[in-house]
Structure formats: structure tokens, C-alpha cells
Design a protein around this ligand. Structure first.
Ligand SMILES: [Zn+2]
Length: 92
């Protein structure tokens, strides 16, 4: 299973709940897509520690729609840098 980080943000764990204390620290929420089980990417979130969040922040991918001239396929690619070339899932 591959988790591709698309975002890491601080958010309230118990949003909507009453009586939350102002002193409560905002935990980090890890937003990712996973290619588990299916060919389709599935979106998921998980709570992570501050340390894990720092590590994940360095590996946030950019979502990019791309077009393959070889097989004429429009696909969604996850790239690390703007300069990266999205790889076609069909041609590799
Ligand atoms: Zn292709």
C-alpha cells in the first residue's frame, strides 16, 4: 500500500463538540491518497504526531493532471516538484 501525501494541516480533532478547551493543542491531520485495493486512488485522512507531520511535510506531492502523447491518456499524476515529469500509468 502506498500513501501519497497531498497535504498536512492542523485541525481540531473534535470539531463541532462543545466544551473544548482553548489550551487543547491542535493536532496534525495527514491528508493522503492511497492506491490500495483498486486502481483508483482513494482519499484518506489520519491523525499524526508533530514529529511525523514534520517528516511528512517534506514529502508532500503535488496533484497534476497530465496527458500522455504515447497512449493519448489523460491521467492524474502525483509529483514532488514542478520540474518533475508526470509518469504515465499506462506506459510507465
Ligand atoms: Zn502513456
Amino acid at each position: 500500500m502506498t500513501k501519497i501525501t497531498i497535504g498536512i494541516y492542523k485541525s481540531w480533532r473534535n470539531s463541532g463538540k462543545r466544551n473544548h478547551r482553548n489550551k487543547t493543542k491542535k493536532p496534525w491531520c495527514h491528508y493522503f491518497v492511497s492506491d490500495d485495493y483498486t486502481d483508483e486512488f482513494t482519499f484518506g485522512t489520519e491523525w499524526v504526531s508533530k514529529i511525523k507531520a514534520m517528516i511528512l511535510k517534506r514529502h508532500v506531492y503535488k496533484v497534476r493532471r497530465s496527458y500522455c502523447f504515447e497512449c493519448r491518456l489523460i491521467f492524474t499524476a502525483y509529483i514532488k516538484k514542478e520540474s518533475d515529469t508526470p509518469i504515465c500509468p499506462n506506459c510507465g
